[in-house]
Design a protein around this ligand. Structure first.
Ligand code: CTP
Ligand code: MG
Length: 254
């Protein structure tokens, strides 16, 4: 009881690696924008009570219309860290736990969101979902020559949502000029421990064109197994089905 949880959704990127002109978060996936699906996963999570989206600065109004009144939409910044920093300023006063979740992970199961939030509420200052790696990873020098091969057993691929005690994330984002590729990297720079929980295959990030094909295929399969014959359902129905939808309705009306 007591902990209010906010979710920040950085969605202001250009999607250069995906290509196609439209900002990535607004690209359609099974008939609905990727961002709508990512926000829906957060809405369906029982733990989340505030959702803040950092949109491309010229599209704040469009995105606010698209998402509805229960979502706060602010203008993102030039880099992901700038977008998250701006969104942090919009977190409600009574929130004590903050999740940061990429708009580009539209098939994330709500159960993963709740698992990350629960681990923070249980006392871990910073929590990240991780998966074992399929590929071997090598450190390679600028000349293309292999420097070393870290043992794969100790390596993990990191997903979002990443969850933090609010004061920890605020302190992390008070740091500047720390080169990191995820939010937890800033927390590590503070010397604060970061805990892992099992990630989910469906929480993969849509980054390159084949990722979009995979996401479309998973949605089509979920729609077919729901017997609806369309891909209009929520992405987060993947592997969950009607029970999850009823649960969300119960929470909303409660
Ligand atoms: N993001 C953001 N603000 C930025 C850059 C990125 O809010 N200035 C968001 C993206 O919208 C995305 C998430 O951070 O939801 C993860 O970033 P990434 O996958 O790199 O998305 P893009 O930056 O859009 O893609 P690319 O790097 O290929 O241009
Ligand atoms: Mg990027």
């Amino acid at each position: 009881m007591g902990a209010r949880v906010a979710a920040i959704v950085p969605a202001a990127g250009k999607g250069e690696r995906l290509g196609g002109g439209t900002p990535k978060a607004l690209r359609s996936l099974g008939g609905r924008p990727m961002l709508v699906r990512s926000v829906e996963a957060l809405r369906r999570a029982e733990s989340v009570s505030q959702i803040i989206v950092a949109a491309p600065p010229t599209l704040v109004e469009v995105v606010a219309q698209m998402l509805g009144r229960d979502v706060d939409v602010i203008a993102g910044g030039a880099e992901r860290v700038d977008s998250v920093r701006r969104a942090l300023a919009a977190v409600d006063d009574d929130v004590s736990v903050v999740l940061v979740h990429d708009a580009a992970r539209p098939l994330t199961p709500p159960a993963l969101v709740d698992a990350v939030a629960a681990a923070v509420i249980a006392g871990h200052p910073a929590v990240i979902p991780v998966l074992a790696l399929a590929d071997t990873v090598k450190e390679v020098g600028p000349d293309g020559r292999v420097i070393r091969t870290p043992p794969r057993d100790g390596l993990r691929a990191v997903q979002t949502p990443q969850g933090f005690r609010r004061d920890v994330l605020a302190a992390a984002y008070a740091l500047t000029d720390v080169p990191v590729t995820d939010d937890a990297g800033l927390v590590e720079a503070l010397g604060i421990p970061v805990t892992t929980v099992p990630g989910a295959q469906e929480a993969f990030k849509v980054t390159q064109p084949p990722d979009l094909v995979l996401a479309e295929a998973l949605l089509a399969r979920a729609a077919a197994s729901d017997g609806r014959g369309d891909a209009d359902g929520c992405a987060t129905d993947v592997g969950r089905g009607a029970e999850a939808r009823r649960g969300t309705e119960a929470r909303r009306s409660g």
